[in-house]
Write a protein that binds this ligand. Structure first.
Ligand code: URA
Ligand code: SF4
Length: 248
């Protein structure tokens, strides 16, 4: 093990034994009994295959941050609105070079209105610190779904599809230089394809011309000792990918 890697593991706060009181264990994806109403009014290629793209384009595409934030706060486009305390849009620098995308808010995020503030968030902060990044400074953090899935279950495909236009608009506004998808739901949302993290990591993907890297979700890393080393490789890959761009 290199000293850098040891340093990383220390910075991640990862001793030989990892203890967590509670993490959001992925559960089997549930099928929604009720279809999403087809009146989202957001971007094309969204959750409404039956909707004409034109109508969708007109309402969300021009939205600035204020309007987007108000729309998300009041959103009732999927059933997650029924159990959330508040929608969690995202946090950070709206002109960020780096965009990290997680899965969905957990209990603490739902309570505080900010993504990644619980245990997984602490690990994400440490992972970012290991490559010289700090929350809010050149970094924006968002989630695939803006409302907390009950019992921290994995968001259903319909919920992710309903929420995706918000993430798409966030990306349009931020124009990041690199997107990091944390875990499978984020990767699948952004790449619009079936993704297995083990196969997708270590490669440079493309999100409408923006480089995208897939890595493990911090909550998964908290449970999975073996993949910490792979996460370190992924962080190095992110840093290498950004360096030439930043120098150029
Ligand atoms: N896990 C996520 O995917 N997002 C959060 O905001 C918190 C935990
Ligand atoms: Fe709306 Fe997204 Fe919340 Fe569903 S998860 S209610 S689509 S903001």
């Amino acid at each position: 093990m290199t000293s850098d890697r040891e340093q990383f593991l220390r910075e991640m706060g990862l001793g030989p034994v990892w203890k967590m009181r509670r993490v959001s264990a992925p559960l089997p994806v549930e099928e929604l009994a009720t279809p999403i109403p087809a009146d989202h009014g957001l971007l094309p290629d969204s959750a409404r295959p039956s909707e004409p793209a034109i109508a969708a384009t007109t309402s969300l595409a021009p939205m600035a941050w204020d309007e987007l934030a108000a729309t998300v706060a009041a959103c009732r486009q999927c059933r997650l609105c029924e159990t959330r305390k508040q929608a969690v849009l995202g946090v950070g620098d709206v002109n960020a070079d780096w965009l990290f995308v997680g899965e969905g808010p957990g209990a603490e995020e739902d309570e505080r209105g900010e993504p990644f503030v619980g245990q997984a968030g602490k690990l994400l902060d440490s992972m970012m610190a290991a490559i010289g990044l700090k929350r809010g400074q050149g970094v924006y953090i968002a989630n695939a779904v803006k409302c907390r899935p009950p019992e921290n279950r994995t968001p259903a495909p319909e919920e992710i599809a309903a929420c995706r236009p918000y993430l798409e608009r966030q990306i349009e506004l931020i124009k990041p230089k690199l997107i990091v998808a944390l875990g499978r739901p984020a990767a699948q949302t952004l790449l619009q394809t079936d993704v297995k993290i083990a196969a997708a990591r270590g490669k440079l993907h493309d999100y409408h011309g923006i480089p995208l890297i897939v890595t493990y979700h911090p909550a998964y890393l908290l449970r999975t000792l073996l993949d910490k080393a792979k996460a370190w490789e992924d962080l190095c890959f992110m840093r290498r990918t950004m360096k030439p761009q930043q120098e150029g």
